[in-house]
Design a protein around this ligand. Structure first.
Ligand SMILES: *[C@@H]1O[C@H](CO)[C@@H](O)[C@H](O)[C@H]1NC(C)=O
Length: 291
């Protein structure tokens, strides 16, 4: 604000220039001044509050020269100690456990591992649920340490590649259809039984059936006939003793004979019978059994 006062001078007149009237007054006065002070004060308050808030945030967030709380920024990446929650997907290239500790994936619901192709379709899935473990894939394989397949399952077959398959359940193993194997063998010192409790059992081998009992006997029991058929061969009973203890005894001969010798006679249909031996043959006399 400049206040200037001029007094026009005319010749002969006294020029009056009072000192106080010739002062240039520069400055802020009155309400403007108060406003400015108020403004500066407000700014100061805001600054202090800002500083306090910043310090508070730094303290609350645990800022430190190396990072923020449990989150540390290092040369080779981030390090987060303590529990961390990611409420949405976490994208990572690899997940490792820490040195000398195992890796645990845990959930009260299913834990699923999916493999997807470039179109995003699931091509393989491993699902561990509270009630079952499910693998969905074209082939499931378990390999040994040196890469030998121990168990392989695909749509066509299941292969168990181990040396021995042991079924320990009391019910054994059930196969709906045939079992193909070159050998059926009992455990050492165990009996082996081949059984069909309510139906028949048949053994069929075009090139021959051999039944051997090296240190025991062979017994065949049957309620009905026992038949040995041979189309081209003969029936050989190769033993020092051949007994037919229940062979029928021909009747009509001299009964009560003291001699204990008999001769074996045959009917026309092949049936054998005994006849008390005489000087000549006695078959004819005792042939009534053939009728
Ligand atoms: C877990 O998996 C099973 C089997 O696939 C499924 O039936 C069930 O719905 C799943 N549970 C949840 C919560 O997704």
């Amino acid at each position: 604000m400049v206040r200037e006062q001029y007094t026009t001078t005319t010749e002969g007149t006294h020029i009056e220039r009072p000192e106080d009237q010739n002062v240039y007054k520069i400055g802020i006065y009155g309400w403007r001044k108060r406003c400015l002070y108020l403004f500066v004060l407000l700014l100061l308050i805001i600054l202090v509050v800002n500083l306090a808030l910043t310090i508070w945030i730094l303290k609350v967030m645990w800022f430190s020269p190396t990072g923020m709380g449990h989150l540390q920024v290092k040369k080779d990446g981030l390090r987060l100690e303590g529990e961390s929650e990611f409420l949405f997907p976490l994208y990572a290239k690899e997940i490792h456990s820490r040195m000398d500790s195992s890796l645990l994936l845990q959930s009260t619901q299913n834990v699923t591992v999916n493999a997807r192709n470039s179109e995003g379709e699931v091509t393989g899935r491993l699902k561990v649920g509270p009630k079952m473990v499910e693998v969905q894939s074209q082939q499931f394989q378990i390999n040994s340490k040196d890469g030998k397949p121990l168990f392989t399952a695909d749509e066509k077959e299941v292969v168990v590649g181990v040396d021995k398959l042991r079924v320990t359940g009391p019910e054994g193993a059930l196969f709906e259809h045939s079992v193909e194997t070159p050998l059926v063998q009992a455990d050492p010192f165990q009996e082996l039984r081949l059984e069909s409790p309510t139906r028949s059992l048949s053994m069929d081998a075009p090139r021959g059936v051999h039944i051997k009992a090296h240190a025991g006997k062979i017994e065949a029991l049957s309620q009905m006939d026992i038949k040995f058929h041979s189309s081209d061969g003969m029936l050989v009973l190769d033993a020092e003793t051949v007994c037919l203890p229940k062979l029928v005894r021909g009747t009509g001969g001299p009964s009560g004979s003291s001699q204990r010798l008999y001769e074996i006679c045959a009917c026309p249909d092949g049936k054998l019978y005994l006849s008390v031996a005489g000087v000549g043959t006695t078959c004819q006399e005792n042939s009534q059994v053939c009728l």
